[in-house]
Design a protein around this ligand. Structure first.
Ligand code: MLT
Length: 259
């Protein structure tokens, strides 16, 4: 399916895939950050201004295919710099495994390659069932929201706290339930990391408790051509919590890419 996108600038293409259960607005500090690049930030299926589908499970590979269909619809055939945060990173790894020819470079933000543990998957299935039966995402969001932001953001950036809360609250219950079921069943992509043959930036907030720096470090150790950036004063939402240092790390990475 074709997704709604923010499409800013001209030049070589950067695609930014948002986390769960968010939308493209989490990239507000990145959309205009690199003159000379075209930045495309979709709303994934069911989020922001993109349509819902009736599917009861949104798999990571389905969501990744929506992104590729959307690039096709935009007549984009050149390999892109593909970045994704957390769930967006799962999608980026899906594309890296199944459609590596679409990639010029990879940027993995606050994410992991492994599948859910049995306990994590079972918690997601329980949450999805509760959301499906009640139509209410509130109890699930109340558990998830405190884990997204680091302590500096929580203490000093009420604007970011309100923004992220509002974005999560906008997510339709049906999309949240279907995505939870897809995340619970996503494959382990740890074994593909050594086969990634494009330059890769791994970036993580120093205070990320969902996908901690140790996880980023172990992904970095497995990828051949890799740069690791640990961003201070940021939790799981580093691009939103510390955009200045995030954007500098991305800019240095972009400058290092072969032309
Ligand atoms: C995200 O930020 O996309 C989520 O934390 C991903 C997940 O729940 O695994």
């Amino acid at each position: 399916m074709r997704l709604h996108v923010r499409d800013v600038g001209t030049g070589p293409i950067i695609v930014l895939l948002h986390g769960f259960p968010l939308d493209h607005t989490m990239w507000e500090h990145q959309l205009h950050a690199w003159p000379g690049f075209r930045v495309i930030a979709p709303d994934l299926r069911g989020y922001g201004r993109s349509d819902l589908t009736e599917d009861t499970v949104y798999t990571v590979d389905d969501l990744a295919d929506d992104v590729l269909d959307t690039l096709d619809a935009l007549d984009i055939t050149e390999p892109v710099v593909l970045g994704g945060l957390s769930m967006g990173g799962y999608l980026a790894l899906s594309i890296a495994e199944r459609r590596p020819e679409r990639l010029r470079a990879l940027m993995l933000f606050d994410t992991r390659a492994g599948a859910d543990s049995t306990e994590a998957a079972s918690n997601r299935i329980t949450a999805a069932e509760q959301i499906e039966s009640s139509g209410d995402t509130g109890p699930f969001l109340a558990v998830m929201q405190p884990k997204l932001l680091g302590p500096d953001t929580k203490s000093n950036r009420p604007d970011v706290v309100s923004q992220i809360t509002a974005t999560m609250q906008r997510a339709p219950a049906q999309a949240v339930a279907a995505t939870l079921l897809g995340l619970a069943t996503r494959p382990d992509r740890t074994l593909i990391l050594p086969q990634i043959c494009v330059p890769t930036l791994i970036l993580v907030g120093e205070d990320d408790v969902i996908t901690p720096p140790a996880e980023a470090q172990s992904m970095a150790e497995a990828i051949p051509d890799v740069t690791l950036a640990i961003i201070p004063e940021a939790g799981h939402m580093a691009p939103l919590e510390n955009p200045r240092l995030t954007n500098t790390a991305i800019e240095l990475f972009l400058q290092s890419l072969p032309t």
